[in-house]
Design a binder for this molecule. Structure first.
Ligand code: ADP
Ligand code: ZN
Ligand code: MG
Length: 514
């Protein structure tokens, strides 16, 4: 599908501005109406060269420098399909559980626009590469419970991108539009969802999951600012209980997931208001205006393009054999959802913690490689979650900017695990590392925290604490063994965190039981 045309000024006059806060749909509207949402996502593939020629597939660059007769559609130039693009498309399709068609067919989608000199886009129509997939997303059911909801994927097909029209930034922009054709012929996949989404939040979750899967498979950088991932949102509303879908509007020109949520919220309120004031939703394409937080009508169904699809005569049907599919499937990395499930079990962490550790595949890989070297991988995970993330957040840093490296974390975890430093000392070392921007190892070598490892000295401290807390002692001796932790804590406190934790634990139990 092509990029959105520029704003058409007449469209601005068409509908009155609504004063809807673009934060969320009122619950009272949702009591009466059910939104239905389906998303069409375009993703640029990370190939070195374009889909049908050898030009560099690269964002930016001096305008009109990555072009050739094929991507310009000059007469006589023939397209040759990029094998890598097919591999990426099959990998993505497999990751979202689609069935990959053995024979798919490229088609010409005809339309005229200045950023597409061929006058058509090579796409796929009635025989797309892949169909019938799904993605699981977290959703909230009618009783307010978080549940897993399966969102159907209608199809995933291959196509090429168009060039870019540039309307601003030139001295004569008022009268001229410039065209950069570098993007022409960039390989894309389009992923079309079933109309299974029911709230803007579900749409947001779906996009988040989809993007994560695409990033994990490495088929795209999914950079929305650079247009590597673009989403058109289809939305309609129907009275609760009605089986038939309402008429949908398609919202284009939305360049962040947050804006897609806002655009959907706006659209749902607009459609309900329209219906309740006796009007009818018309099938149309609307543009999101982020500055105003609203959508505008761009073209109605009557003005919709007739693309006159027909099979692309210059490309043979695409054959993806079972053998090739198997080779590609073997390249599939562990996907985020499966990885989180495994990590929850392996490191005994919560779903939310697993989410943090798998935020990017790069970090998750680094973390797991490092954690494997530690005495207790679980302790490394917990250090990140309980000590590192909070300090990073307070300093406004992300994981990549952490002064404490994964190496440092492993060292810290091992020292804590063997009882050479107490958790209080560890916290102190972390604080210093963050203040000075030093790694853990450097701070530890310099400060080598004092530790009381002399059993006699510890015994003395424990006996003092026992004498000062007769009530707890009585509880312990009456069978409440968990009170031991209280005594450990107290000794830690009076020793200013310097008691050797492993030895302390041992001695506390011994003295309490004696
Ligand atoms: P079109 O022919 O207008 O392109 P499609 O049937 O191909 O429509 O669907 C395009 C997208 O719109 C899909 O993601 C689909 O799930 C979604 N969709 C279809 N009908 C509706 C509807 N009534 N309300 C919301 N979304 C819809
Ligand atoms: Zn080219
Ligand atoms: Mg369609």
């Amino acid at each position: 599908m092509r990029k959105t045309p520029p704003f058409e000024p007449h469209a601005l006059l068409e509908s009155k501005v609504m004063t809807v806060s673009a934060t969320s749909v009122s619950p009272e509207v949702l009591d009466r109406y059910e939104p239905v949402i389906g998303l069409e996502v375009h993703v640029q593939l990370l190939t070195n060269t374009k889909a049908f020629c050898g030009c560099a597939n690269q964002f930016g660059g001096e305008p009109n420098t990555h072009i050739c007769p094929t991507c310009l559609g000059l007469p006589g130039a023939l397209p040759v399909l990029n094998q890598r693009a097919v591999e990426f498309a099959v990998l993505a399709a497999t990751a979202i559980h689609c069935e990959v068609r053995e024979h798919s067919v490229f088609a010409r989608k005809n339309y005229f626009y200045p950023d597409s000199p061929k006058g058509y886009q090579i796409s796929q129509f009635d025989k797309p590469l892949a169909e019938h997939g799904w993605i699981d997303v977290p959703a909230v059911d009618s009783s307010g419970q978080t549940v897993t909801k399966r969102i159907g994927i209608t199809r995933l097909h291959m196509e090429e991108d168009a060039g870019k029209s540039m309307h601003d930034g030139f001295p004569d922009s008022a009268t001229k539009t410039y065209v950069d054709l570098n993007r022409c012929g960039t390989p894309l996949i389009e992923i079309v969802s079933e109309p299974d989404l029911r709230t803007p939040d579900e749409a947001y979750e779906y996009l988040t999951r989809l993007k994560e899967i695409l990033l994990y498979t490495g088929v795209s950088d999914c950079n929305m600012e650079e247009g590597s991932l673009r989403c058109d949102a289809n939305v309609s509303v129907r009275p609760r209980g009605q089986k038939q879908f309402g008429t949908k509007a398609e919202v284009k020109n939305v360049n962040s997931f947050r804006f897609i949520r806002s655009a959907l919220e706006y659209e749902i309120e607009r459609q309900v208001e329209l219906i309740e004031s006796g009007g009818r939703v018309t099938q149309e394409t609307r543009l999101w205006n982020a500055n105003e937080g609203r959508t505008y009508s761009m073209r109605s169904k009557e003005q919709a393009h007739d693309y006159r699809y027909f099979p692309e005569p210059d490309l043979p049907p695409l054959l993806v054999s079972g053998a090739w599919r198997a080779i590609l499937a073997a390249r599939m990395p562990e996907l985020p959802e499966a990885r989180r499930k495994r990590m929850i079990a392996e490191y005994e962490i919560t779903m939310q913690d697993a989410q943090t550790l798998t935020a990017t595949r790069g970090f998750a890989d680094q973390f797991e490689t490092a954690a494997k070297r530690a005495k207790s991988p679980r302790r490394v995970a917990n250090l990140i979650l309980s000590e590192l993330m909070g300090r990073l957040k307070a300093k406004g840093l992300d994981l990549q900017q952490s002064p404490i490296t994964l190496e440092g974390l492993v060292q810290a975890a091992d020292l804590a695990e063997s009882g050479e430093i107490s958790s209080k000392q560890l916290k102190g070392l972390f604080d210093t590392a963050f203040e000075n921007g030093e790694d853990f190892g450097a701070v530890y070598e310099r400060e080598k925290p004092q530790q009381i490892s002399d059993p006699g000295a510890l015994d003395k401290l424990i006996q003092e604490v026992m004498a000062a807390n007769p009530k707890q002692l009585e509880q312990y001796r009456a069978g409440k063994k968990t009170v031991a932790a209280f005594f450990v804590g107290q000794v830690m406190r009076v020793s200013k965190g310097q008691a050797n934790p492993a030895l302390l634990n041992e001695l506390v139990t011994k003295l309490l039981d004696s």
